[in-house]
Each structure stands twice: as C-alpha cells, then as structure tokens.
Ligand binder design. Structure first.
Ligand code: C2E
Ligand code: CA
Ligand code: CA
Ligand code: CA
Length: 275
C-alpha cells in the first residue's frame, strides 16, 4: 500500500497536474473568446527603407482576457495549436484582417495586411477554397493581403506546396517567408516556389552590426533576395545602429520597435496621420 501511495504521489505531480489543468482552462476560455469577441488584431507598420514610406502592416493577434488582461500570442497560440482551436481562430484572424483592409480601402488607405498562417491552416484540406470563399464573402481583393508562412511549412512535399502557393497567387495574394534563416529550407527548394518576400528573423537582426556571424547571415539573405527577385524585410529592428546597418546593405523594408510597436487599428491610423 505504501508503494502504491508513493506511485500515486508521483502520478499527481502538482506541477504536471497544474500545467494540464491550465491548458484545459485556457482551451475552454479560448472557445468562449471566439464567441464573445475577445480577440483583437494589432497592426505593426512596415516601412520601405529607401523613402520611409509605410508599405504594409503585420496583423498580430491579442486576447482581452476577462481576468488576466491583454494576452500575447505566446500565451495561448501553443494551446490553440495543440487543441485544434487554431483553425477557427485562424479563420477569425483572416476574416478580421479582410474587414480591416476593406475599411482602409474605403478610406483610400491602400495598405496590404500580412497575416500569419499556422501550419494547421496551411495543411487543412480545402484551405485555399475556404480562403477564396472568405474573400468573396468579405468582398476583398486577394492583393490586399499577404500570407506569412514559416520555412518549415514550405519544406513538406515540394509539388504539393508548389501547387498550393500557385493557387494562393492566383487569388492575388502575396507570399512571405517568416523567421527566415531559422529553418532548414534549401535554396534549390526556395527558388522553385513563387515567394514574394523573405523576413529576416529577429534573432539575426538583434545581433547586428556588432556580431560578425549575424552580420554575414543578414548580408547573405539580402543578396539572396536580390538575386531571386524577392523583397527582403528585417523584423525586430530596435536600434538606430541596426537600422543604419540594414539600410546600408540595401535591405528594402524594416519592421520593429525602432519604427513602431504593434498598434490597435485606431492607433495605427493616428500614427500614420501624424507622420
Ligand atoms: P512573429 O510572426 O515573428 O511576429 C513578430 C513578433 O515580434 C510579434 O510578437 C511582435 O510584437 C514582436 N516584435 C515586433 N517588433 C519587435 C522588436 O523590435 N523587438 C522585439 N523584441 N519584438 C518585436 P507577438 O505579437 O507577441 O507574436 C508572437 C508570435 O505569435 C508571432 O511571431 C507569430 O508567430 C504568432 N502570431 C501572432 N499573431 C498570429 C496569428 O494571427 N496567427 C498565427 N498563426 N500566429 C500568430
Ligand atoms: Ca510573422
Ligand atoms: Ca517573424
Ligand atoms: Ca520570429
């Protein structure tokens, strides 16, 4: 009996039990959040380095939690992925971004919105059809949106990925590769795909100009983009020194706290009008 007691104590490890309980609570609250409209998209400006023009924004999801306040994606996206809630949440993000793009276009603000896709969405059967249907419902032109995919999502089956991207391009959408440099994509693979933009991962941007390895990697990505005809954007630009280094290399677009944090729709419009 004593041995079993000890085994039970191990099984009900309070740390493990509370993590599982937390995930369960988050799961049910996430489902509720979709119904009560507790999610919000914030928009982070992307500037063209040449003339400082606002050329796009990245949509980033936030959750107004009833007790815990404003939550960032890292607090709930992993649970959503694990519990298959990423599909309805991803659908909400796409619809919301489309509605925002349509409001802006009605006001003459032609600003493309980049949306992050989860691998669960990209691999979902019928994803492109549901996206086409969403565009039709919301009366939005595909060219007003850009889709951010990670390298890993592109590395699956080349023929399949190629066909899916071709369908997305046919809807007018642009394709951007997020967190570039952290994945395992082969150059041969990449040049086979209709990619418009690569986003240099923050982990490299953070270490330039002082770290020689990071500087060499950033330079190589900028050159790669140039030779393959892709736009290159640096994410996570925080300092003047980073900005100067990237400009001098000819990195075309910049995003990060140095320019602006992710802003609510109202704050973004205020920010844009004050520049
Ligand atoms: P990400 O796609 O790499 O997005 C960039 C993240 O860096 C954002 O964090 C942004 O707020 C943050 N950031 C921007 N500028 C700076 C900077 O200068 N310095 C630093 N340190 N950070 C900066 P956030 O909003 O917390 O989002 C985290 C991740 O969650 C995103 O990383 C993305 O992978 C995921 N995510 C966000 N929204 C969505 C969504 O709607 N759908 C999906 N599937 N994933 C999303
Ligand atoms: Ca992103
Ligand atoms: Ca990124
Ligand atoms: Ca990142």
């Amino acid at each position: 009996a004593k041995a079993r007691g000890r085994a039970n104590v191990q099984f009900f490890d309070p740390v493990v039990a509370s993590a599982a309980y937390d995930a369960l609570v988050v799961e049910s609250q996430l489902a509720q959040a979709l119904e009560t409209g507790a999610f919000e998209l914030h928009y982070q400006p992307q500037l063209r380095s040449g003339d400082g023009r606002l050329v796009g924004v990245e949509a980033l999801i936030r959750w107004h939690h009833p007790e815990r306040g404003l939550l960032l994606p890292d607090d709930f996206i992993p649970v959503a992925e694990e519990r298959r809630l990423m599909l309805p949440i991803g659908q909400w993000v796409l619809r919301e971004a489309m509605r925002c793009a349509r409001r802006w276009h009605a006001q003459g603000l032609e600003l493309p919105i980049s949306v992050n896709l989860s691998s669960m969405q990209f691999q979902q059967r019928g994803f492109v059809d549901s996206l086409a249907e969403l565009l039709r419902q919301e009366q939005v032109n595909g060219a007003w949106l850009e889709l951010e995919l990670t390298e890993r999502m592109l590395m699956d089956d080349l023929d399949e990925v190629k066909a899916t991207l071709a369908q997305l391009k046919a809807l007018g959408m642009r394709i951007s590769v997020d967190d570039f440099g952290t994945g395992y994509s082969s150059l041969g693979h990449l040049k086979e795909l209709p990619i418009d933009k690569v986003k240099i991962d923050r982990s490299f941007v953070q270490d330039v100009p002082q770290n020689a390895d990071a500087a060499a990697i950033v330079q190589a990505i900028v050159q790669l983009g140039r030779s393959l005809g892709m736009t290159v954007i640096a994410e996570g630009v925080e300092t003047e020194a980073q900005e100067r280094f990237l400009r001098e290399l000819g990195c075309e677009e910049l995003q990060g706290l140095r320019i602006a944090p992710p802003l609510s729709e109202a704050d973004l419009q205020l920010w844009a009008s004050r520049r």
